[in-house]
Write a protein that binds this ligand. Structure first.
Ligand code: ARG
Length: 398
């Protein structure tokens, strides 16, 4: 008796996920492996990947182009949530996992599979995100993670694959572990494992080095409707095109690099390099527009919600009751977050230099120091007297 009969495997086309195919069949007695590769705008050619799965022993090789769903249903809600894990990482990798898990579960149901498999090792966050999301969507499916158990070194993995006709990678493997999609890149390993070592320029693919960026600033105008980015420089634009173009424009100014020590859910600290040019600028602009259109208490309360939201997403709880409840809160706050934000891009920094909205709560009549002032200055005295009363009483008491 094998561990499962029919398995849907999350497939990337790399050596590890390819080796999972014969491994599942020969070591774990799986009868049939169906692979699923997701196109999340990572820029890989999918046809060779589709074919490679079949060559590696898959009975069916599925490719799902979900870039638009990814941006609209995972990226944009995270922008509304101003989601930054540990105040820095905009979750580009973490957001992709629940979507892939959903596709895997749907495929398993369609093909009558009894298990889902993925190539994650036991040290990362992605295994958590896959396992938890799959369990939330269909608790009856088994989850198999060969790389969590096989204990192969890289050489052993390649050797195992060669036994089953999986060719060793022809190009010298990059020393880095890279995850990429339209929202960003995550880069680990190699020299980056020394947290004191500056990342070599070669790790960056989406952003220019400051020495190569334009010597003149560039401005972009991002239009939002109910908290969703809908236009760029005055032109209505669909989500995928918006992110693609904004990655290009902001990356060209060297914007979007992150170098951080991050706390993984499994307890270890890791050094991560990210490139998320568009996503970071969109969050920055969105947050600024909220400052103009939301009341003080909602803005401030939401900042706490955002932190919880970011942690939930990072920790694999996309499909969870608390996440659903926070979504409700966030959606409610976005009703009036409509307007335009002007951002200046120059030498690695994006600076919001203007914002406007028909729903603005900023009122010149109230804010001005000029003649138009309507603020009743005398009212301030009584307000301050009462506001400060608790501290006066406290001081009087000895
Ligand atoms: N640490 C990031 C996260 O947990 C990214 C991990 C992506 N994997 C990689 N091979 N770089 O979301």
């Amino acid at each position: 008796m094998g561990r499962a009969k029919k398995v849907v495997l999350a497939y990337s086309g790399g050596v590890d996920t390819s080796v999972c195919i014969p491994y599942l069949m020969n070591e774990w007695g799986v009868e049939e492996v169906i692979t699923l590769a997701a196109d999340l705008g990572q820029g890989d050619e999918l046809e060779p990947i589709r074919k490679k799965a079949l060559d590696s022993g898959a009975s069916v090789s599925l490719v799902a182009d979900v870039t638009e769903t990814f941006v609209k249903e995972y990226g944009f809600p995270a922008i509304q949530a101003n989601a930054l894990y540990e105040n820095r990482y905009p979750l580009s990798t973490a957001l992709a996992r629940p979507l892939i898990a959903k596709l895997l579960v749907e495929a398993a149901q369609e093909y009558g599979a009894d298990a889902i498999a993925h190539g994650c090792t036991g040290k990362g966050n992605d295994q958590v995100r896959f396992d938890v999301a799959i369990g939330a969507l269909n608790p009856s499916l088994k989850i198999l993670a060969p790389a969590r158990e096989w204990g192969f070194s890289r050489e052993q993995t390649i050797e195992y694959g060669e036994k089953y006709g999986i060719p060793a990678p022809v190009t010298k493997k990059s020393p880095y572990s890279i995850d990429r999609n339209l929202l960003g890149m995550a880069i680990e390993a190699g020299v980056l494992e020394d947290p004191y070592a500056e990342p070599p320029e070669e790790v960056y693919q989406m952003t220019k080095a400051i020495s190569d960026t334009p010597n003149e600033p560039e401005y972009v105008e991002i239009g939002f409707e109910k908290g969703l980015p809908v236009s760029l420089n005055g032109q209505a634009i669909d989500p995928v095109a918006l992110v693609t173009q904004l990655n290009q424009i902001t990356g060209n100014h060297g914007i979007g690099r992150i170098d951080m020590i991050e706390n993984r859910l499994v307890g270890i600290k890791s050094r991560e390099i990210y490139e998320t040019p568009a996503l970071l600028v969109l969050i920055q602009a969105h947050r600024d527009l909220e400052s103009l259109t939301l009341t003080a208490d909602v803005t401030q309360y939401k900042r706490g919600i955002e932190q919880t939201y970011s942690q939930l997403v990072y920790n694999g709880l996309w499909f969870s009751p608390l996440k659903g409840a926070l979504d409700g809160f966030i959606a409610n706050t976005q009703e009036r977050v409509t307007g335009t934000v002007r951002v200046k891009l120059f030498k690695g920094s994006a600076t919001v230099v203007g914002r406007k909205s028909d729903q603005s709560l900023y009122s010149l009549d109230w804010a001005t120091y000029g003649e138009e002032d309507v603020f009743d200055h005398k009212a301030a005295e009584g307000f301050i007297y009462i506001w400060g009363l608790p501290t006066r009483l406290w001081s009087q008491q000895t």
